[in-house]
Design a protein around this ligand. Structure first.
Ligand code: PXL
Length: 289
């Protein structure tokens, strides 16, 4: 039987301080009328931007959750994974995708590996290689420019130019995903702009959504972007509209936060903007490129 409310298996960690992972995934998707079934990969006292955070790893429990859900015969409309801390966790996600993927479901993998040209500190080559494997099973991936370079073994370039980005998007889609969405692409000609570039393999179209660049880097904005994108697609929006909504919401959340004297590690003040998710699409700025 079809789920009365679209249901997402959200495979992310739960961090107490600093709005990242499940602490943004759940409120965003719930506000968009989507049911979240969390599979917590770990529980942390705070996100990893804080020093001295405590972490309880739940890798062993992830498999037990999965076995229980199988027994309960739960159906998912989407599987959505984010930050994964070990090769073992990535293997469990692969097994879950193999078990749940069908023609009516959507698999979204946000390959969280790094930012601003660098891999995050806990990343190992083994983990990056495992992530290269995991993206092959996804329908949609949302790497930032740094992650694109890590996934394709390319040196990081801050301003690669549009043709290079398009070529990388096609190469990533050839590994499996039908839709590749590349975030944090700096504009070569206008340093006040940042863009998201997307490629849809089926019709070989490229899309671009730009917004003004704000010189601050808050943890969790990638999770916010991909969560709104997922919710919007599950509501039936087209890919360019879903990207537009995700860019607008993330940008609004950053702007709401930026003017304050505030600890960046706390992430952005989504509580102030969550209600914006209830509005229909008011205006859009996507371009086909
Ligand atoms: O995707 C962001 C994220 C997820 N999980 C943890 C994090 C962060 C970013 O800092 O620390 C634990």
């Amino acid at each position: 039987m079809k789920n009365p409310i679209p249901r997402v298996a959200a495979i992310h960690d739960l961090s107490g301080l600093g709005r990242v992972s499940l602490m943004v995934v759940i409120p965003i998707l719930s506000n968009m009328g989507i049911q979240v079934t969390p599979l917590p990969t770990a529980v942390l006292s705070a996100n990893t931007a804080y020093s001295d955070f405590l972490m309880l790893d739940l890798t062993d429990q992830m498999r037990t959750f999965f076995e229980h859900w199988k027994k309960e015969n739960i159906k998912f409309d989407a599987i959505y994974s984010g930050f994964l801390g070990s090769a073992q966790q990535i293997n469990i996600v692969k097994e879950m995708i193999d078990f749940y993927k069908n023609e009516d479901s959507m698999v979204i993998v946000d390959p969280v590996l790094g930012d601003e040209g660098k891999a995050y500190t806990p990343m190992t080559n083994d983990l990056i290689n495992q992530m290269k494997d995991l993206i092959c099973k996804a329908d949609i991936i949302t790497p930032n420019l740094t992650e694109v370079c890590l996934l394709l073994d390319e040196p990081y370039v801050e301003y690669p130019g549009l043709n290079q980005i398009k070529e990388w998007a096609v190469r990533l889609s050839e590994k499996g995903p039908s839709r590749v969405i590349i975030t944090s692409v700096h504009d070569q000609h206008n340093s006040n702009l940042t863009s998201v570039i997307a490629y849809t393999k089926k019709n070989q179209k490229f899309w671009k959504v730009s917004c003004s660049y704000i010189p601050a880097s808050y943890p969790g904005t990638g999770d916010i972007f991909t969560s709104v994108l997922t919710g919007s697609l599950l509501q039936g929006d087209s890919l360019p509209i879903a990207i537009d909504r995700a860019v607008q919401f993330t940008s609004q959340a950053v702007r709401t936060t930026f003017g304050r004297d505030y600890n960046i590690n706390e992430g952005v003040l989504i509580e102030r903007v969550l209600d914006c998710l209830k509005s229909p699409v008011m205006s859009s700025s996507y371009e086909m490129i």
